[in-house]
Design a protein around this ligand. Structure first.
Ligand SMILES: *Cc1c(COP(=O)(O)O)cnc(C)c1O
Length: 421
C-alpha cells in the first residue's frame, strides 16, 4: 500500500495534489511520500519484533539525505556500498554504529574512512579484502568488526542483472570455503569476527530462495561456533520484491519474510540485521512527466515524454515494467488507446513501454510512473546533457524540493578546458 491515490479525479501524494508540485517545480521530477517510506520501514521493524534486530536500509535504492534522515530518525541503520554513501549517511545524521559497509571492491581509502568515522561492521567479500582490512585497521590501531558474506549458491529466480547468490556471481565467498576464511580472519590482527552475511539478489517474489539461503546460514552458524568463532550477528541482506504490476500476484509481505527469518535462524540467539532497499523506497516514489508530442507512426502511436532513459533507466536496463497513470483520473468509460511510451533520447532503448494500453492522452497531459522510488533517481545521469531531475519529498500537506534541478550553466561549467585549447 502507498499514499499515492486519486481524490476527486486528481492524483495526490499524501495530501498534496501532484499537479500542484508539477506547477511549482516543472516536469519531469521525482516525488516521495514520507508516510509510505515510514510505513515500509515499520513493516520490517515490526516483522522482526521480539528479536534483537536492526533494519539497515540499503541506501543505494534512493539516497537523498532527506530520505535517509526520515528513516534514520525512525531508528533505521544504513547499508552503504561506497565512501560517498557512507559520508552521505553520516551527513544525514545516521551514527556510524548503525552503518554496515557492503560491496566487493572496498578500497583502502574507503576502509580507512569508515574505521576512523565509526562503523558497525564490514561485510567482507574476499580474502584479499580481509587482508587489506586487517592491514589498514592494524595501522590505525583499530579493530574492524566483520562478517564474511557467504555465497550460498542459491538461484534467486530474478532478473540476471540483480541475482547475486549463485556461484557464478562475483559476490561473497563460496559457502564451502567459509570455514577456511573464518579461520584466516581469526588469525589476522585488527579483525574481530562478529557474524555472517548473505544477500542473494533483488526483486525476489518468492520466499523459497530466502529459505534455502537462511537454512544454509543457520547450518554454517553451528559449524563456525563449533570452530570457536563468536557468531552473534546475522546480516540476512535485502531483496524482497515489490509489485510493479497491480494484479493479484502480490509478492510476499514483510511479515511473511519475518516469520521465515524466525523459523530458519530465530533459534540461534543472534542479533538479526536485514538490508531492504527496494521494498522501502520503491512504491514510496513516483516520477512525473509531461507528454510533449503524440506522434503517429506506422501502425503505432508514440507518446513522447519529457522524461527519458537517463532519468529512469530501469525499463532499458532491466526490462522493467512501470505502471504509468495520468495525473487526472480518466472518467469511467474514457477512450482507451495503445501507445509506445518513449523519451527524447537518441536511442531506441529509450522506451518506457511498448504497446501499452492506457487512457487516451494529449500533448501537455501529465503522467506518473508508479514504483519509481527505488533505483530511479540514484541511477539517473546527464546523458544528452539533460539536467538531473529534481526530487521532492511530501509529508502530509507539505512538500519540499530535496534536490533542485541544476541550471544549464551549473552543468556546463563543470567542464574545464585545458590551457592548450
Ligand atoms: C542491493 C543490495 C541490497 C538491497 O536490495 P533490495 O533488493 O533493494 O532490497 C541489500 N544488500 C546488498 C548487499 C545489496 O547489494
Amino acid at each position: 500500500m502507498d499514499h499515492f491515490l486519486y481524490r476527486d479525479g486528481a492524483l495526490f501524494a499524501e495530501d498534496v495534489p501532484m499537479s500542484e508540485i508539477a506547477a511549482a517545480v516543472g516536469t519531469p521530477f521525482y516525488v516521495y511520500s514520507t508516510a509510505t517510506l515510514l510505513r515500509h520501514y515499520h513493516l520490517f521493524d515490526d516483522a522482526l519484533s521480539g528479536m534483537d534486530h536492526l533494519v539497515c536500509y540499503a541506501m543505494k535504492a534512493a539516497s537523498n539525505q532527506a530520505i535517509l534522515r526520515t528513516l534514520g530518525d525512525a531508528g533505521a541503520g544504513m547499508d552503504v556500498v561506497s565512501a560517498g554513501e557512507y559520508l552521505r549517511a553520516r551527513a544525514a545524521g545516521v551514527p556510524g554504529e548503525r552503518i554496515v559497509f557492503s560491496g566487493v571492491g572496498k578500497t583502502a581509502a574507503e576502509i580507512r574512512l569508515a574505521l576512523e568515522g565509526g562503523i558497525r561492521q564490514f561485510n567482507v567479500e574476499s580474502e584479499p579484502e580481509l587482508e587489506l582490512l586487517s592491514a589498514v585497521a592494524h595501522s590505525l590501531g583499530k579493530t574492524a568488526p566483520i562478517t564474511v558474506r557467504v555465497n550460498p549458491d542459491v538461484d534467486a529466480k530474478t532478473h540476471a542483472k540483480i541475482a547475486t547468490g549463485k556461484s557464478e556471481n562475483k559476490f561473497g565467498i563460496p559457502i564451502a570455503r567459509a570455514r577456511q576464511v573464518y579461520a584466516m580472519a581469526a588469525r589476522l590482527p585488527g579483525i574481530e569476527v562478529v557474524g555472517i552475511d548473505v544477500h542473494i539478489g533483488s526483486q525476489l517474489t518468492d520466499l523459497a530462495p530466502f529459505e534455502l539461503a537462511y537454512t544454509k546460514v543457520a547450518d554454517l552458524t553451528a559449524i563456525l561456533r563449533a570452530d570457536g568463532h563468536d557468531i552473534r550477528r546475522l546480516d540476512l541482506g535485502g531483496g524482497l520484491g515489490i509489485p510493479y504490476v497491480r494484479d493479484n500476484s502480490a509478492p510476499p509481505l514483510p511479515s511473511d519474510y519475518g516469520a521465515l527469518i524466525r523459523r530458519t535462524v530465530g533459534h540461534l540467539g543472534c542479533e538479526i540485521e536485514i538490508e531492504p532497499g527496494r521494498l522501502i523506497a520503491g512504491n514510496a516514489g513516483m516520477m512525473v512527466s509531461s507528454v510533449i508530442y503524440l506522434k503517429s507512426g506506422e501502425g503505432r502511436d508514440f507518446l513522447i515524454l519529457d522524461a527519458a532513459m537517463n532519468d529512469l533507466i530501469r525499463p532499458a536496463m532491466y526490462d522493467a515494467h512501470h505502471d504509468i497513470v495520468p495525473l487526472i483520473e480518466p472518467p469511467a468509460g474514457a477512450v482507451q488507446a495503445t501507445y509506445d511510451i518513449v523519451g527524447p533520447v537518441c536511442e531506441s532503448g529509450d522506451t518506457f513501454a511498448r504497446q501499452r494500453p492506457m487512457p487516451a492522452l494529449a500533448a501537455g497531459d501529465l503522467v506518473a510512473f508508479r514504483s519509481a522510488g527505488a533505483y530511479g533517481a540514484v541511477m539517473s545521469s546527464e546523458y544528452n546533457t539533460r539536467p538531473l531531475i529534481p526530487e521532492v519529498l511530501v509529508k502530509g500537506d507539505q512538500f519540499a524540493v530535496i534536490r533542485p534541478r541544476p541550471t544549464f550553466d551549473e552543468m556546463i561549467n563543470r567542464d574545464t578546458i585545458p590551457e592548450w585549447l
